[in-house]
Design a protein around this ligand. Structure first.
Ligand SMILES: Cc1cc2nc3c(=O)[nH]c(=O)nc-3n(C[C@H](O)[C@H](O)[C@H](O)COP(=O)(O)O)c2cc1C
Length: 216
């Protein structure tokens, strides 16, 4: 049994998304001691941003006419797709950056979607596959907050994972991760701690749920 894990945080340490994904992975691991974790760390090891246009161009021409760079880009997209298609369960940990989606996660999605198996309207080999996405935000964006509507990442990420790829998605969310870092957010210490505790509980529950998948 295998778990694919993608991290998009640009921080190796003190990362809220990595800490929550660690809880998912640890609880999954406790149930599946011999399972394999396949890691793709696009935050610390970004994919080349130039690969996407090469793969798109290659997809519109006969194989024999492709340049070496185009072939390499297609091979990379195939490898990325294989990693999720071959896994029994999926885990994504993606922070909010500049009110939008992490560019590294976007590059990964864009490349994977060039593979015909994961293309929009394609055969959906990830349909029903159990998945967890950990979404963290430094501030807060709920209804009634001053920045309600400013989070332009979460909706898009869910659209891709739930609708384009049809995974069986669970969402772990933690807001106010900058409390304790940005003094202006000090009044929200209690709220942040409670959001964090809820997120940690969900992460553990969902890690166990991912382990319930059995390969045929
Ligand atoms: C360059 C940069 C831009 C950020 N932009 C936002 C933002 O627009 N909104 C927000 O709520 N938090 C923002 N943050 C805060 C991160 O979402 C927050 O620190 C989160 O916990 C980062 O994930 P990590 O802890 O896993 O590294 C930003 C952080 C960085 C480093």
């Amino acid at each position: 049994m295998s778990l694919f894990r993608l991290d998009a945080s640009i921080r190796p340490d003190h990362s809220a998304s990595r800490a929550l994904a660690d809880i998912v992975e640890t609880t999954w691991r406790a149930e599946v001691p011999s399972g394999e974790v396949v890691r793709r760390d696009v935050g610390l090891h970004p994919l080349p941003s130039g690969a996407w246009p090469l793969a798109v161009a290659a997809s519109r021409m006969p194989e024999a006419e492709r340049s070496t760079d185009q072939r390499d880009a297609v091979a990379l997209a195939t490898r990325l797709s294989d990693e999720v298609i071959d896994a029994d369960a999926l885990l994504f940990a993606v922070p909010l950056y500049n009110f939008g989606v992490s560019q590294h996660f976007k590059t990964w999605v864009d490349l994977a979607i060039t593979n015909p198996r994961l293309a929009t309207g394609g055969p959906q080999p990830l349909a029903g596959k159990p998945a967890v996405v950990v979404l963290v935000r430094g501030g807060a964006y709920g209804p009634g907050t001053p920045r309600d509507g400013w989070d332009h990442a979460s909706g898009w990420i869910r659209r891709i994972l739930e609708d384009v790829w049809a995974t069986d998605l669970r969402v772990v969310e933690a807001e106010f991760t900058l409390v304790g870092v940005n003094p202006a957010l000090d009044p929200f210490k209690e709220l942040a701690a409670s959001m964090r505790a809820t997120a940690e509980e969900r992460a553990a529950d969902y890690g166990r749920e991912l382990s319930l998948v059995r390969t045929p």
